[in-house]
Design a protein around this ligand. Structure first.
Ligand SMILES: *Cc1c(COP(=O)(O)O)cnc(C)c1O
Length: 456
């Protein structure tokens, strides 16, 4: 057979394709150079493809290939998603949403210059903490505080600045891993401390700590078992007793983790202020778990110790930026005034649990016969209050086809809905559905259900 010389192998000009109306949204979303690069790499792939080699440009849909590649890149962007997992502080979903009023109130100070390190009263250079120690004192009764980028940094800084080259006593029940690759023994080793393990996985007593003390002991570190709980035959030390019996050169530090400041909703937990009251010299916790603020690590407690931390050279690497400090300041003021925007997402989710039945009933009627009301449990999550769950309601959707396929489809909606599967049904926990997300949530699901309704 003769070679068909009429085959067109000429792909469009890159510049010309960039003008195509259907690529304009991607240029806005991804930038022109990125879309240009996508076009180039798609062209390279097309040239290698068999279809192209046999049929030329007639055989391939160049535009469709480019759009598909743009979609893949666009799905990597950070977008708002709707959380119907029932986990309020969800590590994969950005932990704590920041209340709109809080976000707005920190706008002014951050979009201009600020007095970040300038004392307005004296004109002198100042520290970055500003009003924060005063607020933390009013909140927790702590003398002073240090703010760093996250709680992992809190822990490292505390260990490195107060106990490098010395012994740190930790219970075997608290040799935990928090999230990806963050293990307590590793962080101790990295910060230059010597780990002294005491007790057993389920039982550690005051005597265990006291008997392990040496002249070289710098610290007793207690770490919240944030992502699991041990049930049954367990015993934890009386913290007050440990604190009382420690010699002056040994500090009692509690990595509380979650930032829980009230035991109202979690009887099994100890609040930050109670740890301090019981004699902890320092406590540390995350800003974006129960507190509901920006990602940060907060270290609160004795001022002589916080001053040592602030003077440590590593502080320069760990200090929080102005955006974080401004948000924390606003958050704590609102919290102290008991304004709703000063309560973290966990608190709001707990309150929302009560209203989920009414919402579930309404949506079930609307989305009949696909939706069913199901009683569910909400968890705080994100390494906070692992042993408690809270009753709430949600929906189970039974749709034609595989549940997994619907789960995937919900995740690629214009505002992705993050659901979960249970017994081959799509589950939507309504406790974590933010009020602001409700209209979009309803509209998107309605749109999705249309196609099944039309099939009948
Ligand atoms: C979450 C947590 C950490 C880590 O905090 P990040 O803010 O994620 O760095 C450390 N310790 C405990 C006990 C935690 O719960």
């Amino acid at each position: 057979m003769a070679v068909n010389t009429a085959i067109n192998y000429r792909l469009p000009q890159v510049e010309q394709l960039l003008q195509h109306p259907s690529l304009q949204t991607y240029i806005l979303a991804l930038s022109r150079p990125v879309v240009t690069e996508i076009i180039r790499s798609q062209f390279a792939l097309i040239r290698q493809s068999e279809r192209f080699q046999v049929q030329g440009v007639e055989g391939v849909d160049v535009l469709a290939a480019v759009i598909k590649a743009c979609e893949v890149q666009q799905s990597k962007r950070q977008v708002r998603v709707i959380n119907t997992t029932g986990i309020a502080v969800h590590t994969n979903l950005g932990r704590s949403p920041i209340a709109t009023e809080l976000w707005d109130s920190a706008r002014e100070v951050n979009t201009g210059y600020s007095n970040l390190e300038l004392e307005l009263a004296t004109g002198k250079r100042g520290g970055r903490n500003g009003l924060l120690p005063t607020l933390v004192n009013a909140w927790l009764g702590a003398e002073d505080c240090v703010i760093v980028n996250n709680n992992a940094a809190s822990l490292y800084l505390i260990l490195h600045a107060l106990a490098a080259g010395k012994e740190v006593i930790v219970s075997r029940g608290e040799q935990i891993q928090i999230g990806g690759g963050f293990r307590i023994p590793d962080i101790l080793a990295l910060s230059g401390c010597k780990l002294v393990e005491v007790g057993t996985t389920n039982i550690t007593t005051s005597d265990d700590y006291i008997n392990a003390l040496t002249d070289n002991t710098a610290m007793v570190l207690m770490v919240h078992q944030s992502n699991f709980s041990i049930q049954g035959f367990t015993e934890s030390p009386d913290i007050q007793d440990v604190a009382k019996r420690l010699p002056e050169h040994v500090q009692l530090v509690v990595d509380q983790g979650s930032g829980l400041s009230s035991e109202q909703y979690a009887n099994s937990e100890t609040s930050l202020s109670r740890y301090l009251h019981m004699g902890a010299d320092l406590v540390c916790f995350s800003g974006d778990k129960i507190l509901g603020g920006p990602q940060a690590g907060v270290i609160a407690g004795r001022q002589d110790l916080t001053q040592v931390l602030l003077k440590n050279p590593m502080m320069r690497a760990f200090r929080a930026g102005r955006i974080v400090l401004a948000l924390l300041e606003e958050l704590l003021i609102k919290k102290l005034n008991q304004e709703p925007s000063g309560e973290g997402v966990a608190q709001h989710t707990l309150l929302r649990c009560r209203h989920t039945r009414i919402l579930a009933d309404r949506l079930t009627v609307k989305w009949s016969p696909y939706a069913e009301v199901v009683s569910m449990e909400m968890q705080v999550g994100g390494g906070s209050i692992p042993s408690e769950t809270y009753a709430c309601f949600g929906l189970a959707l039974s749709l034609p086809g595989k549940a997994q396929q619907h789960l995937d489809a919900f995740r690629v909606m214009p505002t992705p809905i993050i659901a979960y599967l249970h017994a081959d049904r799509l589950m939507l926990n309504l406790a974590t559905l933010l009020d602001d997300d409700l209209p979009r949530f309803e509209a998107q699901i309605e749109h999705y259900l249309q196609r099944f309704l039309s099939i009948g």
